[in-house]
Design a protein around this ligand. Sequence first.
Ligand SMILES: C[S@@+](CC[C@H](N)C(=O)[O-])C[C@H]1O[C@@H](n2cnc3c(N)ncnc32)[C@H](O)[C@@H]1O
Length: 343
Amino acid sequence: MIIREGLVEAEVPDDHGVKGPGHRESGFYNAAQKLNRDTTICFLNTVRPGLALDAFGGSGIRGIRFDREIGIKTVIAENNPRSVSMIQGNVARNKSSCTVIQGDCESVMRDFLFSFIDVDPYGSAMPYIDSALRNVRNHGYIGVTATDLTALTGSAEKVTRRRYGAFLTVDDLKHEKGVRLLIRAVIERGAQYDRAAVPLLSFWHSHFYRVIFQVSEGAGRSDQLLEKIGTVNINGKDQGPIWLGNMESGEIIDSLNVPDHMKEPGDVAGFIRSLKNEDICPLFTDLRTVCSKLKTDIPKVSSVIERLESMGHIVARTHFSPTGIKHSASCSAEEIESAVRSN
Ligand SMILES: C[S@@+](CC[C@H](N)C(=O)[O-])C[C@H]1O[C@@H](n2cnc3c(N)ncnc32)[C@H](O)[C@@H]1O
């Protein structure tokens, strides 16, 4: 069937995924990943890198969108021959100038010098991270999508330990801890090569995590990043290690260059701008947890925020939970409880 996404039309399998991770099949296309592609396009349009690699082509929609919507010169790699034919058809259908390469993306990463590498495999991104970190141009970018959420949230304890060397409990904070675990894993891999991977845009949506990093050479820079990795104690349990530094780049968010065709109310730009709140503090407070301790109903989140702001704190919603708030370090647990009680 033919679908339309952004300014691109593509042929994709009839039974493609609309919700959740979708089936693994040639010409793979998952509509639930549109936000992933839209945010990436806004990001790329802001930083304007040189040559980009869509390392896991599927239907080719991602790379073709980079080319057709924002004019980024793009190579699309794909190792499944049937998917490659579909990608070539979609490139022609959209009069795109993307170069399509049939083969293993890791060898493509070695053969060219890319300024942006998009790593969007099935499941864990970790098997491909070393290649992306080592081969991207100095000060270039890598976009990492992870769908191995059972491992990253700690719900598959052994896999979390084996793949990420971490321990996490599954609770209201699980997705923020999961994104921070992914960031830590990428930073540590980069540090092995004296390459500092700084997270610039990080979020959770549906069944995936997405983080875009800037990768720069420098042992000193890597050491500085490693200093912001640590454990957290939640409900008496030491968890992590996870990344405890900033997850977003205020500079990029403030200078976001949204392509005209994406400027609609309730659009992706609003979502990206809201991510700035995530750096008010590491790990949000979920009012659901507070209220279950206080044995009270959850009040309107906006009222609690207003109350805490009137006490002089910086407070905002988080995208990780509809009942979560981010707040400045000045705001104590007692003040949050009192704001909840007064509503
Ligand atoms: C999750 S899909 C990619 C979806 C696509 N990026 C999008 O936004 O719609 C993963 C794709 O990568 C391909 N693939 C898996 N391993 C690969 C490898 N080592 N090199 C190149 N392609 C690979 C699979 O055949 C599949 O089409």
